[in-house]
Design a protein around this ligand. Structure first.
Ligand code: ADP
Ligand code: MG
Length: 560
């Protein structure tokens, strides 16, 4: 996002902006700092919290950073780089999360603030401000491009405000809730939340499924399918038709919740509470969910900025939406369609749960006679089959199952892709770089859009994303390797599938229930090649009763 230099807003504009009390509790500090990081175009945001947040909150980003002169103005009141003071109509077109220029000023009025920032120049800036001081102290600082804002001793000088806070655990839970909302609403950005040194939330910045995996667990992530709809909606008295784009992730109604808090809504990139939209989401699930139950769902609406009134709530957590009554039904319909169309589901996400049979047309599992008798080191399933003890590597087996599922729906279709915004830079060895140039067309066909950056680096703008599984930017290295290797027999598409298949597979150390273990074996039995994982490693090994018997110097009971 292009940042303009920071200017003072004229009083007239200031008055039109609902100000209100901005910083009421630690979670408000966190949201304002995340907003700023996102407005700065960050692709990774790290949040560190000590205790309930009054002790210390630090937010680091890799966004555009600030030049010295801008940093010096940043904590003044009503200074912003996001609204042009000469343009009266600008406020109707706001596409940034901040625009009032008062967050940092408000934080600085009730806490000690230190900002370390660099806009990419050799020497960065460190600003330190105590709540009662007039001016911050400014010194040189070394830092990669981006900004770290550290807020300590929040409300130390405001005993009444301090008093009104809940206990540290509750205040921290509010922070977790906010970070969760942002991480799900911006799955293209990597979020990390650390609390007293341990990691509470971590997402990869690689799309909805990964974000759900970072916030919830594998079960939830594997039941999610992504959806993406464009709707023309007629709004307002003028009956104007506007384009609304709706996307997100819907967790299958097989998993439900007793409260609606797991419906996450973001409007134009900002996580918000909006009862009408939440109701519309629930209605989209309809009778697929029992009454009084709610789904886990992430819904993002992108609407023309003029339809959003961010001033309904001083903290912008609740937004008013012009045309809510028209957008709601469109959303309900989009969700209903996404949940009911089996094809949509295939196109967006492949079931990785173990209860769904693989669509191979093969009648029954060939491992019918296998029964699980135990596990070893939370990795190996021990199974009895007639006169053999079969040991299955659960991780390798699950990868194989995922891989065959992906392949079954992949067959002959063009590869879906996902845009990386901003593009990711990936370093390549000189050999890989030369191969990339030589096989540019094949790489494009695989779904990568790449442009040279410098001698050893490329910018990856688009990656393959079949069935909602977004490949990493770094997977371009494997793709280049496999494309260049023709003659070896490795089909680059298969190599890509193998890499995607291991995404949310059961890992070593995951304890499987007896039913899940049996289901895994059933699914494995339906695979065309159940004996190897997609990377070629064995999925199972056999110990015959005869070999055990001979180890113990006895005759096998069923020795043949
Ligand atoms: P607002 O976001 O409404 O403009 P703030 O008080 O939050 O007001 O921030 C003031 C200004 O400081 C912003 O307009 C922006 O130019 C700059 N700024 C704040 N945080 C960051 C950041 N993390 N990266 C780059 N610039 C920032
Ligand atoms: Mg701001």
């Amino acid at each position: 996002m292009a940042e303009r230099s920071i200017r003072r807003l004229p009083q007239t504009v200031v008055d039109r902006i609902a100000a209100g009390e901005v910083i009421t509790r630690p979670s408000r500090v966190v949201t304002e700092l995340i907003d700023n990081a996102l407005d700065a175009g960050a692709s990774a945001i790290e949040i560190e919290v000590a205790g309930g947040g009054t002790e210390r909150i630090a937010v680091s980003d890799d966004g555009c950073g600030m030049a010295r002169a801008d940093a010096e103005r940043a904590i003044d009141r009503h200074t912003t780089s996001k609204l042009d003071p000469a343009d009266d109509a600008a406020i109707g077109r706001i596409d940034t999360l901040g625009f009032r220029g008062e967050a940092l000023a408000s934080i600085a009025a009730c806490a000690t603030v230190s900002i370390v920032t660099s806009d990419g120049r050799a020497v960065g800036t460190k600003l330190h401000h105590e709540p009662q001081a007039d001016e911050p102290t400014v010194t040189d600082a070394g830092r990669a491009q981006g900004t770290t804002v550290t807020v300590t001793n929040l409300f130390d000088t405001m005993p009444a405000r301090r008093q009104s806070l809940a206990g540290a655990a509750t205040e921290f839970r509010r922070i977790v809730d906010r970070v969760t909302a942002y991480a799900l609403g911006r799955p293209d950005v990597r979020f990390t939340l650390r609390h007293d040194g341990s990691e509470t939330i971590s997402t990869t910045g690689r799309g909805f499924t990964d974000a759900l995996l970072g916030i919830y667990d594998r079960e939830v992530a594997s039941h999610a399918s992504t959806f993406d709809h464009e709707r023309a909606v007629t709004v307002g008295e003028t009956e104007e038709s506007v384009d609304v784009s709706i996307d997100g992730a819907l967790v299958s109604p097989a998993i439900d919740r007793s409260r609606k808090d797991h419906i996450r809504v973001a409007v134009n990139g900002r996580p918000v509470l909006n009862g009408a939209i939440e109701t519309a989401v629930r209605e989209g699930y309809g009778p697929r969910l029992p009454s009084e139950r709610f789904p886990i769902a992430v819904v993002r609406l992108d609407v023309p900025p003029a339809l959003v009134d961010p001033n309904v709530h001083p903290a912008k957590e609740t937004v008013g939406l012009v045309g809510e009554d028209a957008i709601g039904p469109a959303l309900t319909d989009a969700i209903d369609t996404a949940l009911s169309s089996g094809d949509d589901r295939r196109a967006s996400a492949v079931a990785t749960d173990l209860d769904t049979a693989i669509e191979t047309g093969r009648p029954a599992s060939r491992f019918d006679e296998l029964s699980v008798i135990g596990t070893f080191r939370s990795l190996y399933l021990l199974c009895e089959a007639d006169a053999e003890l079969i040991v299955i590597d659960q991780h390798a087996a699950h990868e194989r199952v995922n891989y065959e599922r992906l392949r079954a729906v992949f067959d002959g279709r063009p590869i879906e892709t996902a845009k990386l915004d901003p593009p990711a830079t990936v370093s390549l060895s000189p050999t890989a770089r030369a191969r990339l140039d030589a096989h540019a067309e094949a790489i494009t066909e695989l779904g990568y859009e790449v442009e040279p950056f410098d001698d050893s680096t490329v910018r990856v703008k688009t990656v393959p994303a079949p069935f909602g599984r977004t490949a990493t930017a770094a997977s371009i290295r494997d793709a280049v390797g496999s494309v260049a290797n023709d003659g070896s027999g490795a089909d680059p598409r298969e190599v890509l599938l193998a890499e995607l298949a291991c995404h949310p597979s059961i890992k070593a150390g995951d304890e499987l229930s007896a039913e899940a273990a049996q289901a895994l074996i059933d699914r494995l039995g339906e695979c065309a090649d159940p004996y190897r994982c997609p990377h070629g490693r064995p999925t199972m090994t056999t110990l015959s009763e005869a070999s055990l018997a001979s180890a113990f110097d006895r005759q096998a009971t069923r020795f043949q």
